[in-house]
Design a protein around this ligand. Structure first.
Ligand SMILES: [Zn+2]
Length: 344
């Protein structure tokens, strides 16, 4: 009889261990079959009851019934608890799904550094009363060269490595200057405008050269316009662009066929006082070639050079953007690599 009672206790122990392991609802049925089914040890013991003496039956009988009741009720309670727990987590999951809580990752749209710089440059010139003009990138020989005092066979044409097209006298503009004469012919004086845009040169591509680059043309035409206006304009623009209260500029003579006299305007390096890699240790940087518009160019635009005068300049926008953001390779600007662009 002692043996039977020991068996009951080990059945109970095994049952509790198996109960702990349950993960799925259907496993309760398996548990019920193995502990209460026809072939279970408990049923075996119940069947063996009739072989026991009356006295032993009085002790073992209730113990067996008690275990049987315990197993049945425990399985049912655990099954109910399991179902309720599943239902509760499902409801919680549903409640926690808040569509407004969805945040896309850190991917923001933003303007290309070139566009940012062009907008800033445009704002500075607009604040000085300039307007923004545009012109065709596929140009005629006349507007790109002849009207700018560079007639056919003029040696100055060699300065420009030009992309010619299959169409006679059509080319990819080598500078933004063609817009000068185009606007003189169509707009009223006085005329103050800048022309940011793409230009093309037949050049080998490296870190500082590209076959396509951005230029910005600027010009101001009115009565009594002098070189002093040009210097003041250049200084005001550069101070605002590089956010400097004081910025020295210096002027050197320079030759460009469409201006007379022509100048190179340099500015004091905004990044150093002793010389750095950006200014090649000279503390000065070339930024602004320009000059007084050549009388022949004014004439080509239908303007009388005895009555009107004007200045014009053209600077490399790509170069200025590279300087402003300390970009060391021009190819980054047009490469479209997100890793690079996301820094701006
Ligand atoms: Zn420097």
């Amino acid at each position: 009889m002692e043996e039977i009672l020991a068996q009951l206790s080990s059945i109970k122990q095994a049952f509790q261990q198996d109960l702990q392991k349950i993960q799925l609802l259907r496993e309760f049925d398996d548990l019920k079959i193995s502990f209460l089914g026809k072939k279970s040890p408990l049923q075996g013991l119940l069947a063996g009851m009739k072989e026991l003496s009356v006295d032993n039956r009085r002790t073992v009988g209730p113990a067996l019934q008690e275990l049987k009741g315990f197993l049945e009720s425990t399985i049912e309670e655990a099954r109910q608890a399991f179902i309720e727990r599943k239902a509760r987590t499902a409801i919680e999951k549903e409640q926690n799904f808040d569509v407004t809580a969805y945040k896309p990752g850190a991917v923001h749209g933003r303007l290309h550094p070139y566009s940012q710089a062009v907008e800033e440059i445009e704002d500075i010139f607009i604040s000085m009363g300039y307007e923004i003009l545009d012109g065709p990138e596929l140009e005629t020989d006349f507007y790109n060269f002849t009207a700018l005092n560079i007639p056919q066979d003029h040696p100055a044409r060699d300065m420009y490595d030009t992309f010619w097209t299959n169409k006679k006298s059509m080319l990819m503009r080598t500078h933004t200057s063609p817009v000068q004469v185009r606007s003189m012919q169509t707009l009223e004086l006085p005329l103050a405008a800048i022309v940011p845009g793409r230009t093309y040169r037949h050049e080998a591509v490296d870190a500082t050269h590209d076959f396509m680059f951005m230029q910005c043309e600027g010009f101001f035409i009115d009565k009594n316009v002098t070189i002093a206006h040009m210097f003041a304009t250049a200084q005001t623009f550069l101070k605002q662009l590089f956010k400097k209260d004081e910025l020295d500029i210096r002027i050197r003579p320079g030759f460009f066929p469409f201006v007379e006299p022509g100048f190179e305007i340099d500015m004091r390096c905004p990044f150093c006082s002793q010389g750095c890699s950006v200014c090649k240790r000279s503390t000065w940087m070339e930024v602004f070639p320009g000059g007084m518009i050549h009388p022949n160019v004014l004439r080509a635009g239908g303007i009388d050079p005895d009555v009107y005068s004007g200045f014009a300049f053209g600077f490399g926008l790509s170069r200025l953007v590279m300087l402003k953001y300390s970009i060391d390779d021009i190819r980054h600007l047009y490469g479209g690599k997100l890793k690079f662009l996301e820094q701006f």
